[in-house]
Write a new protein. Sequence first.
Length: 646
Amino acid sequence: MTISRRSFIHGAGGTLGLVASSQVYADAFTSGEAGLENLKKSQMMFQHGVASGDPLPDRVILWTRISGQEGKVDGTWQVARLPTMEDVVVEGTFSTDQSRDYTVKIDPVLPEPGTTYYFRFLVSGIGSMIGRTKTAAMNPQQVRFAVASCSSIWSGFFNAYDRISERNDLDLVIHCGDYIYDYADEDEEVLMPYHPEDAKRPESLEGMRRRYSYYRRNPSLQRAHQQHPFAIIWDNHDLGIQGDKELAVQAFHEWVPCRTMEEQGIIYRQLKFGSLVDLMMLDTRRIGRGQPIPNSSEPSILGETQYQWLTNRLANSDAVWKVLGNQVLMAPLTFFGKPASKSLWDGFPKDRERLLRFVKDQGINGFLAVTGDAHLSIAANLDIDKETVGVEFLPTSVSRGNADEAVKGFIKLFAGSVASSAIKLFNRHLQYTEASSHGYGIVDLSPEAAQIEFWYSPIDDISQEETLGKVMRSSPKNPGWKAFDGQASKGLAREPAPEIRSLIQSDQWGGPHGDHFEYQNELFQSMNIRRLSLRAGARVDQLAIDYDQGAMLRFGGDGGAYREISLSTSESISAVEVHAGKKHGKTRVFYLRIETTFGQVLEGGEPTDRSQRFEAPSGWSIVGFAGRASDELYRLGVIFAPEAAL
């Protein structure tokens, strides 16, 4: 099977963000060799991308990080109405240094509410990628959120972030915590798709900074941040440092596009979208957890100060929907009459009771909690005195293993759909559960209804697939989730920020075994291949690539017969053919054929009837490979680049 132009273009949206397209940088670059050199400098200087967050009607946080510099760094930022940056509406200067890990946060005043803006940063004439953001609307008739949580880079591919980034009708992405992870589980150390950089729990501020740096180099997460403003709260894994938690708090505020309060440890905050939505982002993990409720020996999950802040805003809100961005499940989750985990609101029943009773007694309508942490899909009714006073929406994890560590012991008793049935058996207030998928959620809010959508995407491979698992609705004055058979919701589409990827990874052919390999830093330095070699016998044991700037990459083992070809200065790879087969129950690469633009062929192994051929489209070349290998090659795909970048 040959990769067609249609497949090639379709694959451009969800893969390696290695070298940026010149369109991204508009007039920050010149053409020719100088322009290409600036492209490489930009991708190195701004290798963590750009981000925005915490939108208000007249402000939004803008973020980036400067790499490869020393001492104090000065630069400029710009905000425009057009993705070409031709209509700058506000601009200014910034300074950063090592004390803040060279991160940059700007909180500019912007002209209009409910407006899409585009932004970038420049240092010494070198521009970042262009980001897209949006101010909060004053009188919207529709507000749309994506909801994500529990995104472990070691658990699987961030396909959910790719699908979020492709949506052009969102007002905000709410991340309910575990945005990063402090360590890899034992099973992840075997299955992780990425090289396990620093996979142990950080022990210092520098360790936390390295963890954020690792995550923010991920192209899927980077693209989601480029396209949408985020509102992020921390959960336990975000604060999982060995030692002083204040260091984790510091790193969070450096690397997350949130509005930092005078007291850095406070992250609960309000984001208002006119008279339709009041969004209250909470801290149920750190600030007040375990403090006693006044006049009671019972512990609080919020702490009294945060509880009073929240109830005051609920009581005084004129919005149709009062939405809580909440780390842990508020609704009860019990098995055989016992809480699944006391780290959830189940461990703080008095606080839950007094909050829901406050909602009931004050006649508060449109009470909706959006939640993370549990690694399950849940739509729950929130009841007090056998009366439903609100609803809760918990989409599944982006990638972390299903069922949180705290409830895993119960879930292991069941499998697949049986787990979902068992959960509902003990928890009749749960209107929907699903225990085996990963993805994200959509919340579509109007004056008449809240519509929630559970979207699922695979994590084992880079994939364009996603499925709609369930759609449910609730009204603000008569709360309670009901299944909805209509179509997925849509909003008003906006012009996306320019594409950041001009190096594109194909699909991969083969099996899921071995270790994942990719090598973006080497491709920053050079994409010109000087030598290719194979080791092969009955199957392909090793693939090796030597680049002209000294990078030498080897994937696979040492078995098989050796063969090589050398490429001339203007020669490149034009096509790659991969054949797969099974040996000892594992799918492997049995045969590999590499063709160059000068007619050279490097091949090895034994052909099978299961093959895939990758051909470089006109104007493009194959410059590298990605896949899985250990003692042999198990799967292989190619990386395309524009010939102009070589």
